[in-house]
Design a protein around this ligand. Structure first.
Ligand code: GDP
Length: 317
């Protein structure tokens, strides 16, 4: 497998203000000697092909880590399938086609653990892709991610492009979207418990049955894994980025509740969807490359809670 050093390269992290993109930028600033390229959504609309290509011509990225995406938790995905499919597809197609056109040396695309079939043998191996129907609550996002993953493989097969896809398991941490209705479960639960404690609300309402199992990786660990794979992985096959802890939503809620110190009632609203009953990824391929996450779930949750509370202090939210 060919190695690609980041040293002195013009590395463009798309979506650098998002949770994953910003974690990658933090690590590149400390551990790597790169010429980091970033551009805000306001400065460049990645759904606009002409503007995107103009940006490529001016900035000449050599390596792209493509993190820009429209993301959200289970309710946001369920309620806006048109935007989740079309925006993610448009952004991805523009970045990937332009990377090919302007001879970018390496492109790293991010897949998603939700793009595997709803019924998959657990832990889910890379070979499960396209072997069954998708989980309906995130079908639109998954379809965009599957198409972009295949496009990267097709570019490698047909035009010998060094484009790879990394499939992270559920991520959380600094920079997450803490909106109680649109965020993923960990950030939403932190917001709900902290607000309930502050406002002395006697009850916190969580979604579904609490029984689904999820695997979580702290975002700084994920960023380290993505950078390791950028330098060391080159293959037609996508690769899972996992090895985190698997817990039920109920167990997760208890840990967050204790860290926050909320002592009121917790109820589950079973009219809200559970999504996949179990989602954890097979990490054998990445483990063979000598990688595993370092942050335990409880430590990562504490770091995320600290971040959320400092953010509140800084911005008076
Ligand atoms: P998923 O992994 O794609 O299903 O995305 P989420 O992180 O949004 O949801 C994970 C699980 O947590 C689902 O079973 C949700 O029903 C459950 N859950 C419980 N309470 C909440 C909540 O307040 N917000 C979110 N997003 N999920 C919740």
């Amino acid at each position: 497998m060919s190695k690609k050093s980041l040293h002195n390269k013009r590395v463009w992290v798309t979506g650098h203000r998002g949770m994953v993109g910003s974690a990658i930028c933090r690590q590149l600033a400390v551990n790597h000697d790169v010429n980091l390229l970033t551009v805000t959504h306001k400065e460049l609309d990645l759904t606009d092909l002409a503007a995107t290509q103009e940006w490529f011509e001016e900035n000449k990225p050599e390596i792209i880590i493509h993190c820009a995406a429209k993301v959200g938790g289970i309710e946001a995905n369920k309620n806006q399938p048109v935007e989740f499919l079309s925006e993610n597809l448009a952004i991805g197609l523009n970045v990937i086609h332009s990377a090919a056109k302007y001879n970018v040396e390496k492109l790293v695309n991010l897949g998603s653990s939700c793009f595997y079939p709803k019924v998959s043998a657990q832990p889910i191996s890379e070979t499960s892709l396209l072997t069954g129907s998708l989980e309906p609550t995130n079908e639109a996002y998954a379809l965009a991610k599957i198409t972009l993953t295949k496009l990267c493989s097709f570019y490698r097969a047909q035009y010998n492009k060094d484009f790879i896809t990394i499939v992270p398991t559920n991520l959380y941490g600094e920079g997450d979207n803490f909106d109680a209705n649109h965020g993923h479960v960990i950030s939403a639960l932190i917001t709900k418990f902290v607000e309930a404690k502050q406002d002395n609300t006697g009850k916190v309402e969580l979604w579904g049955t609490g029984k689904p199992l999820r695997e979580f990786i702290y975002v700084d660990d994920a960023a380290a894994g993505i950078l390791m794979l950028t330098e060391n992985y080159s293959s037609l096959e996508h690769i899972n980025l996992s090895g985190g802890e698997t817990v039920s939503i109920k167990e997760l809620a208890v840990v967050i509740q204790e860290l926050v110190g909320y002592q009121g009632e917790v109820v589950f609203d079973t009219s809200k969807p559970d999504g996949m009953m179990k989602k954890s990824l097979d990490n054998s391929a990445i483990a063979k490359l000598g990688w595993q996450p370092e942050t335990s779930l409880v430590n990562g949750l504490q770091l995320t809670l600290n971040y959320y509370q400092q953010r509140d202090e800084n911005y008076g939210i």
